[in-house]
Design a protein. Sequence first.
Length: 202
Amino acid sequence: MKKNLIGIIGAGYQATETALYLRSSGYEIVFFADELVSREEVHDKEGIRYINISEIPRDSKIITAVGDSNLRKKLVAQIGNIYTNCIMQKMEKNVTYGKDVTIAPGCTFTTNISIGSHVLINIGCNISHDVTINDFVTISPGVNIAGKCNIGEGTFLGIGTSIIDGINIGNCCVVAAGAVVVKDVPDGLTIAGVPARPVVRE
C-alpha cells in the first residue's frame, strides 16, 4: 500500500499540531522545513528530519503550518511545490476552499462559504452562511463569524473573536483576542475590545 507522504513548512507549535492532524488522516510526515528556527527548537520529538526551505525536493507534497499570516505569505512566495489540504472534518458540498488550507477539528460550517488558499482555521470555530475568507487568513481557536461577512486577505483573527453578520474586515487587519466586531474594518487596522475599536499606539 502506497503511503501518503507529506512535508510540513514550519517547525513550531503550529507545525506540531498540524502533524498530529495529518497523522490521524493517514499521512506520514517526512520533514519539517523552516529557515527561521534552529534544529534544537523543533517541537516534534518523533525523529522527523528538519531541512531548510531551500532543501525541499521540488516534487514534494507540502502544507504550510505557520500561524503568522505575513510570514506564511513570505514562505509561500519562495516555494513552488504541490500543496495539499488538511481538512479535519466533513465539509458540505457548498463550502469551497483553495489549496494549502488547514481546518482543525471541532469547527462548524453552514452553507455557501468560500475559503481561499493558504488559510489556517483553528479548533472550535463557527462560520455561518455566505462568508468569504480570503487568502492567507489566520483564524485562531474559538472564533465565531456570523453570516454574510468578508474577511480580507492576510487578516488575523485572535482567540474568541466574534463578528456580527454583514461585516467586512479589510486586508491585513489584526483583531485582538476576545474582540466583538460590530462595524466594518478598513485595511491594515488593528482593533480590540467590546465593541471592537481601533488600537491607538502611543
